[in-house]
Design a protein around this ligand. Structure first.
Ligand SMILES: [Zn+2]
Length: 275
């Protein structure tokens, strides 16, 4: 599932291809993804110029000159492609946005957990998908005191708290595992036992892991129209995620990476480094 760095990479990559251009036509290949696709999407946004694109958590927000914002979530398997207009369609190309620059932006999603909505700009912060999101981890609202206050009442594992988008927006399984590794905190630790020093390390580690991944994603952005056209998936340099049984090189502990299941999802960690 794409997490904050992948979505940020897509947003940065799309910016040059979208902002300043006008949508000519929205070709819907089906009526629903996870939820119904707004029926009036094509009628509402065709003929209007895109003026901004930004990210909030794992959501992509594309705004036009008519004060409308398209909110898009990639779900489990959603991908964005840019290609020449009227290219041959691939399986699972559900939404094809044709632009006035001879390109089309395609939303492809085999598992259809993706979500799209169209709203007035003024309603963005209050939209049901957006209003409950916690602070952005790379922004100033994600402070030591905010984290300490939040964790102090939580008796679940630190991992499950970090995955909760109401606490902090944009983290998923991969970057939570990597951040906890870097911070030296066991994923099973009860959240309210995390002390101030742990919290400081955790905030630092989350930011370091995300920034490194975004930088890597940025390096992977080339000319998508020329290349495969698919955006936002890049080779990540991970220390623990997906590496169960492998030697833990990074912390020099001569141990191997462990894998456990928490709330039905895999967790990868080093039991020597992470306490
Ligand atoms: Zn280790």
């Amino acid at each position: 599932m794409p997490e904050l760095p992948e979505v940020e990479t897509i947003v940065r990559g799309l910016r040059n291809h979208l902002v300043g251009f006008t949508i000519n036509f929205v070709d819907l290949q089906r009526k629903d993804l996870r939820f119904p696709i707004p029926k009036t999407l094509n009628k509402s946004i065709s003929g209007k110029k895109i003026i901004n694109i930004h990210r909030r958590g794992k959501y992509i927000a594309i705004s036009n000159e008519a004060n409308q914002t398209i909110i898009l979530h990639l779900g489990m398997s959603g991908r964005i492609k840019i290609r020449k207009i009227n290219s041959k369609k691939d399986k699972h190309d559900h939404i094809i946005i044709k632009l006035n620059n001879n390109n089309e932006i395609v939303f492809n999603d085999p598992r259809r957990f993706g979500m799209i909505d169209l709203i007035n700009n003024n309603n963005f912060a209050n939209h049901k998908w957006i209003s409950s999101l916690g602070p952005e981890p790379l922004e100033s609202a994600f402070t030591q005191s905010y984290v300490a206050d939040y964790l102090s009442s939580k008796k679940s594992s630190i991992k499950s708290v970090l995955l909760n988008q109401k606490f902090v927006a944009g983290l998923g399984n991969i970057y939570v595992c990597e951040s906890l590794f870097l911070a030296g905190i066991a994923p099973t630790r009860v959240a309210n036992t995390i002390n101030d020093n742990n919290i400081k390390n955790l905030i630092f580690s989350i930011r370091k892991v995300l920034k490194k991944a975004i930088k890597l994603g940025g390096c992977s952005i080339r000319d998508y129209v020329q290349a495969s056209g698919e955006m936002g998936y890049f080779q990540q340099k991970l220390n623990v995620y997906g590496k169960s049984g492998k030697k833990c090189y990074t912390c020099n502990c001569s141990s191997s990476i462990k894998k456990i299941t928490q709330n039905g999802r895999s967790t990868f960690f080093c039991s020597k480094k992470q306490r």
